[in-house]
Design a binder for this molecule. Structure first.
Ligand code: PLP
Length: 267
């Protein structure tokens, strides 16, 4: 079976982001989700109340047993907490033959403002996870600013930042424009062959908890199912956009996306 996705990420007890969003997304898009949980969060729609770390060797064991027994068509990484977790994950990814494509969502700060990656881990992400391993990196604007050290204020600076990120070693960068103040959202897909702008609808409500996790997992599912990166990205954006449109108003903060809605077949 194609479509086997190994998700290496954190759990969100509130069900809106993290592993929970990842499993819903992969399943809704017809893939098969496996998980290596890197951290447990006690989290609701307002904020992350507490984080419980998972031992490094147990993170690795979760990955290895899935890779060895079931097999993996694409890996997606989300919350990796700190540099030690990144090193442990890289070690397992490097020992796998053949290596599966890898979607890296550089999860850094939650919408409620909680740090999900320690500042010291920025370097490990850039120097260990991206070069030679990452198929696509999917930062939002604040994450791209933290990774490049530059301010991003418009399409021109997005392009410069995407170029800097591409030079770190991923095969492609999807720089998400949702944090810009434009009327529509413009995402930028950037690789060594060129750049494509993908414009889509912006919604005024704040029920967008888990959008980043959902998009990265949707892309990983598409790649695992044999779609081109471009088609996987376009389908993923369509799935997330519809998920925001249909988002239920749950909780007192940023509610979660809807899942399971039908979108047109791709390609
Ligand atoms: N919690 C976990 C475990 C996550 O992996 C993420 C992912 O990005 C978040 C929270 C943040 O989600 P959001 O910024 O959409 O609220």
């Amino acid at each position: 079976m194609a479509g086997r996705v190994l998700i290496v990420a954190g759990s969100d007890s509130g069900g809106g982001a993290g592993i929970q969003a990842d499993i819903k997304t992969v399943t809704a898009l017809g893939g098969y989700a496996m998980t290596a949980i890197t951290a447990l969060t006690a989290q609701d729609t307002v904020r992350v109340h507490a984080i419980h770390e998972v031992p490094l060797d147990f993170i690795q064991q979760q990955m290895r047993v899935c890779i060895d027994d079931i097999g993996v068509d694409c890996v997606k990484t989300g919350m990796l907490s700190n540099g030690r977790v990144i090193e442990a994950v890289v070690e397992v990814l490097e020992e796998a033959h053949p290596r599966a494509p890898l979607v890296v969502d550089p999860v850094m700060v939650s919408k409620g403002g909680s740090a999900l990656l320690s500042p010291e881990a920025n370097e490990a992400l850039k120097t260990r996870l991206l070069p030679g391993l990452a198929t696509v990196l999917t930062p939002n604007i604040p994450e791209a600013e933290m990774l490049t050290g530059m301010r991003i204020t418009d399409l021109d600076s997005m392009k410069v930042a995407a170029g800097i990120l591409l030079d770190l070693g991923p095969e492609a960068v999807l720089l998400k424009g949702g944090h810009m103040a434009d009327e529509h959202v413009v995402d930028m897909l950037f690789d060594h062959d060129g750049m494509e702008l993908i414009e889509h609808e912006r919604f005024s409500h704040g029920n967008t908890h888990g959008t980043g996790c959902t998009l990265a997992s949707a892309i990983a599912t598409g790649i695992a199912q044999g779609l081109t990166l471009r088609d996987a990205v376009l389908r993923g954006i369509e799935y997330v956009t519809e998920g925001i449109r249909q988002a239920p108003a749950l909780g007192k903060g940023h509610g979660p996306l809807a899942h399971g809605h039908a979108i047109p077949p791709y390609p």
